[in-house]
Design a protein. Structure first.
Length: 476
């Protein structure tokens, strides 16, 4: 059954890659493989659960002793339905709700002309200079926010600057690379670094100085290579569409102070999310929802004082209709598919095989990074965290190979390099990271186009940054 699940996943992956020739929307394919894989997993759950989830299954049966009279098949089905499916949809739902909140916040800023304060300062139309500016802003912004939110913000920004879709594909692709690279050197910049940080595998004081230069190189190398392929000036956008015309009319009726206040409050709401998580320990989606609610109340109070027609006002209830539901469904399908593979034990088995067959922390992490461009990096990192507990100094001293075990201590080479590889490696394919999936959905970037034009650039940056990290450790 495991082989059949892998075949289904790869077949669906191929259909997503060939979306345009097949004329089948990638969201439909992603949902299909996500649900089919869960059906396959549930039907074969008696084979998987006793081996992969034995402890959780035993705890589940202990909590519900009335299930003891059922057959193993019925027990496993109840475990899948009442525990694993709910856990999976809960984790996926957290990401989707966060994405919805971030998209609403960015759309509110955009429709009220907030980004004009930024785009008006960007005077250059030269493709190379503009790309360098966009990549630089994305790299540093994603370390403060996160790569997912930053990608949404920057895509909305380039829409104000670039009218040609194919030109935006190039800029959007470099945004993905820069966002993933920028998120790798900050403990709050990527979901995987957040996981490692929260679990105590890495710390802020050690992560930033060790990963900043490798991450910078991983973004700089693709930028320099891409700039060699660009010539001339970008094509400015032409306003079109009912919503754009309504937004322009609204912006003409809004004072500069009102538009600027929405920009500032919106950015502060996004910056508030990591602070909210640190202080309350609640999931990030709670923080983004609090920010959306604050913006909602603020805009309602603002409109109550504005003497303009109601049809001109772009309240949240109107702006929310601009959220791209197709992107959300695509994201849902991909994450469900990966979770089914994770519960089957495939990803953990692969990580264990790497450890036994390779045994070199640098090579293992480079392979994990490459694999993260195919499947989501979250279960890969989660599997690594589960496989390698953080040893104490006493455990290292008593080990048969203390030098190797020291790599797994807090801020050890394995965890730092894992943060880099899992974050940056996803850039090699457009669906290899949350940022890539979102940009792909927003800009309708073609999978094959990205594979032909961008993947080698991302690979060059990934390996260059990895080389810098390894060189750092050897020299310092």
């Amino acid at each position: 059954m495991l082989t059949a699940m892998v075949i289904v996943f790869l077949a669906g992956y191929l259909m997503i890659a060939l979306e345009h020739p097949l004329k089948i929307n990638k969201a439909g394919t992603a949902l299909l493989i996500g649900t089919v894989l869960w059906v396959m997993y549930a039907s074969a759950s008696p084979l998987f659960i006793p081996q992969v989830s034995a402890e959780e299954f035993a705890a589940f049966l202990h909590a519900f002793p009335e299930l003891g009279d059922l057959s193993l098949k019925e027990q496993c089905t109840r475990f899948v339905v009442e525990r694993q499916v709910l856990d999976s949809i809960g984790e996926v739902g957290e990401t989707l709700v966060f994405l919805v909140g971030a998209m609403i916040t960015v759309e509110l800023i955009d429709t009220h002309g907030g980004f004009l304060f930024i785009t008006n300062y960007i005077k250059t139309r030269d493709k190379r200079k503009l790309l360098a500016m966009i990549v630089t802003i994305t790299f540093f912004l994603s370390a403060v926010l996160d790569n997912l939110t930053t990608s949404i913000v920057m895509v909305m920004l380039i829409r104000k600057l670039i009218g040609d879709n194919k030109e935006r594909w190039v800029f959007g692709s470099l945004i993905v690379i820069a966002a993933n690279s920028g998120g790798a050197w900050s403990p709050i910049g990527d979901v995987t670094t957040i996981m490692l940080w929260v679990k105590g595998n890495i710390s802020t004081s050690a992560t930033i100085p060790h990963l900043f230069l490798p991450s910078l190189v991983s973004a700089l190398v693709p930028l320099l290579l891409a700039m060699r392929l660009l010539h001339g000036e970008v094509t400015p956008p032409a306003p079109s569409g009912e919503m754009e015309e309504g937004a322009s009319l609204l912006q003409r009726n809004l004072s500069t102070r009102s538009r600027f206040s929405i920009l500032v409050i919106g950015i502060l709401c996004l910056l508030f999310v990591p602070v909210f998580k640190t202080v309350t320990h609640l999931p990030p989606f709670m923080g983004i929802l609090m920010g959306v609610s604050f913006l909602w109340v603020y805009t309602e109070l603002m409109y109550a004082r504005l003497p303009i027609p109601e049809e001109v006002k772009l309240r949240v209830s109107k702006v929310v209709h601009r959220i791209d539901g197709t992107t959300l469904l695509f994201f849902l399908g991909i994450l469900l598919a990966v979770d089914a593979l994770r519960y089957s034990g495939l990803l953990a088995d692969f990580a264990l095989w790497l450890d036994h067959s390779v045994g070199n922390v640098y090579v293992v992490n480079i392979v994990i990074g490459a694999l993260s461009s195919i499947v989501d990096n979250v279960p890969l990192v989660a599997g690594a965290i589960g496989m390698y507990p953080v040893p104490t100094e006493a455990m290292v001293a008593a080990a048969a190979d203390p030098a190797y075990l020291a790599n797994f201590m807090q801020d050890g080479v394995f965890w730092q390099f894992l943060a880099y590889c899992a974050g940056v490696g996803g850039s090699m394919l457009i669906i290899g990271s949350a940022a890539g999936v979102v940009v792909m959905g927003l800009e309708r970037i073609n999978f094959i186009w990205y594979l032909k034009r961008i993947s080698l650039l991302a690979l060059a940056g990934y390996l260059s940054g990895a080389g810098v990290y390894i060189l750092q450790n050897w020299l310092l």
